[in-house]
Design a protein around this ligand. Structure first.
Ligand code: NAD
Length: 372
């Protein structure tokens, strides 16, 4: 079968679903690969690199398997062949109309953002790999705007204290931010309602700040919405930290809900001028009052509040490489015979989980899976 790698059309998107090394993996699995001209340009991969890897440049929309980063638009869906398979980020829970359109086009659609979060599927988990990149990039954005060193120094010119960084939410993105900030030399603290993250925070060089209010334990690895008692105690912690730290990076999410509000406008006003906040939850309502999704704003007291929603795309080569690797791992799972033929085994929870439309029929949501 023919795999097609198409160019992204969403404004500001710099990623591509497969890079030249991914092409080689596909060839090894028995596929042929066609890449739309310019598909990798924004992430630094030229047509020539794809052809050197064994792909040809041409109409990738006509392929048997079409790889994309973002969901296809209506016009793009119309370009898919009946019977083709499209693999992309599809946000199936939020976009029933997209699933309908894909079903009407008689295609099979695999949502990379519906990979079950079980150990066996980690190699295909695009949400994790993009969250990891975004967490790292959040620190780089903060460092770019912050007018001082992150690291402390003692030089002939005098002593410079290290910057203090608070990371709120220590999931995949938060842990990446903790690692990046502490490797730049900052003093890093982190809080999260899941106490089990304390050791991970520590191992990356951070200090875990506990909010001492018992929480309902997580059954699936994700946080539950926090209680009013917890939120009151956490609010005190955030105010105290806002008065002390230079940088705040917020990453808090609760699946299926708007992002929890962690810092109020008064907390932001309590920060020193020149401080920086990166609100990684900007796209889903924001953890910080005053965040503007997609923009950086400076408050009256001189705090820069960054609400970029494209943090992973700001590291396009890295993001495309990991996205490609995740996609290739999924394609490898779906090609057990290494014969260039995609198959779907609905007895496998991973394959069942990602399949949101099969041969023109909506198959979302899948039956529930127990997370391990
Ligand atoms: P997420 O993006 O849903 O949430 C980010 C973080 O915000 C979480 O750590 C959460 O506890 C925290 N949070 C929620 N409410 C908060 C509040 N009020 N205040 C502060 N923080 C709050 O989570 P995620 O990063 O996708 O992953 C969560 C966990 O799931 C990870 O720690 C990881 O161990 C696990 N995971 C497993 C797999 C896998 O096995 N394939 C893949 C991804 C994640």
């Amino acid at each position: 079968q023919l795999i097609g790698v198409v160019a992204e059309s969403a404004p500001g998107e710099t990623r591509v679903a497969a890079v030249p090394s991914t092409v080689r993996q596909f060839l090894g699995l028995g596929y042929e690969v066609v890449v739309e001209s310019g598909a990798g340009a924004a992430s630094g991969f030229g047509d020539r690199e794809y052809t050197d890897a064994g792909a040809r440049i041409g109409d990738a929309w006509d392929a048997d398997v079409v790889l994309k980063v973002n969901a296809p638009s209506d016009a793009e869906t119309a370009r898919l062949r009946a019977g083709a398979t499209v693999i992309a980020l599809l946000t199936p829970a939020q976009r029933p109309e997209l699933l309908r359109a894909l079903a009407d086009a008689s295609v099979t659609a695999l949502a990379l953002d519906a990979v079950p979060r079980i150990s066996r599927a980690q190699s295909m988990d695009v949400l994790s790999s993009m969250a990891n990149i975004a967490g790292y990039r959040a620190v780089i954005e903060a460092a770019h705007v912050f007018g001082r060193f992150f690291t402390g120094q003692v030089t002939a010119a005098g002593k410079v204290p290290p910057a203090k960084v608070l990371v709120a939410g220590a999931g995949v993105a938060g842990l990446a931010a903790i690692g990046a900030a502490s490797s730049l030399g900052a003093v890093v603290r982190a809080t999260d309602p899941r106490p089990e993250v304390a050791d991970q925070v520590k191992s990356l060089g951070g200090e875990y700040l506990a909010v001492d209010v018992a929480q309902e334990a997580s059954t699936d690895g994700y946080a539950k919405a926090t209680s009013a008692d917890y939120d009151r105690a956490a609010a005190r912690l955030y105010r105290e930290q806002a008065e002390d730290v230079d940088i705040v990076i917020t990453t808090a999410l609760v699946p299926g809900r708007p992002a929890p509000r962690l810092l109020t406008a008064e907390d932001v006003a309590a920060m020193r001028p020149g401080s920086v906040i990166v609100d990684m939850a900007a796209a889903t309502g924001g953890n910080v009052e005053g965040t503007v999704p997609g923009r950086a704003v400076v408050t009256d007291n001189g705090v820069t509040l960054i609400g970029y929603t494209d943090l992973a795309s700001r590291l396009p080569a890295q993001a495309s490489q990991l996205f490609g690797r995740n996609t290739a791992n999924l394609v490898a799972l779906l090609t057990p015979g290494k014969d260039g033929r995609l198959t779907l085994d609905f007895d496998d929870v991973v394959q069942r989980g990602v399949t949101v439309v099969r041969d023109g029929e909506i198959t979302w949501p899948p039956p529930p899976v127990t997370v391990s």
